[in-house]
Design a protein around this ligand. Sequence first.
Ligand code: GRF
Length: 217
Amino acid sequence: MAKKRTAILISGRGSNMQALVQAMQAPDFPAEPAVIVSNRPEALGLAWALERGLKAVAIDHRQFATRMAFEARLHQTLVDHGTELICNAGFMRLLTGGFVDRWKDRQLNIHPSLLPAFPGLHTHRRVLESGALITGCTVHFVRLEMDSGPIIAQAAVPVMPGDTEDSLAARVLEAEHKLYPLALFMVASGAVRVEAETAVFLPRLNVPPPLIVPQPA
Ligand code: GRF
């Protein structure tokens, strides 16, 4: 089966992008990189991608008068590179309904909590303040509302005594790097479809379960 051409949208460090690119290098992975787009020219992830000879471009949102003008350029760039799937990986721009609808069920996002708990910014701080003992990360299809949409895969991560925002973020990030390639594998191989705003998994395909739950030590 042809590999799904997958664009990755970033705004910064790009460690999830790296995990996706590395996973896509496996010969039997059902997706391949199409283009990496950063809305920030100075993003470290953009430099990483260019150094490795990947197709990567900056589309600086500050150069556009309106959100829609920025999105029109972004859309055209994706189309020009034959994009079939989009992975948002630390992409810090809100997208309008026009863009979200055009890529409906073809655009994924990763968020560092067990959605629908703790959407939005400062996730780890709010998890620590809540006293929750388990957090994690979620890959979902993108919808207009931030950090909402059908859930594709989740990983559970324990909150440890004495955790700081940084220590918790680092533990969750490790799980993100495993979960995002797994979720992309499932979507690109055609193992997931959306029914009534819920992701449904086709049992006939031989794909790993969409859940990572560590055993207690
Ligand atoms: C990740 O924690 C991701 O879940 C969130 O932003 C962070 C991006 O990190 N949306 P990186 O740029 O992938 O390293």
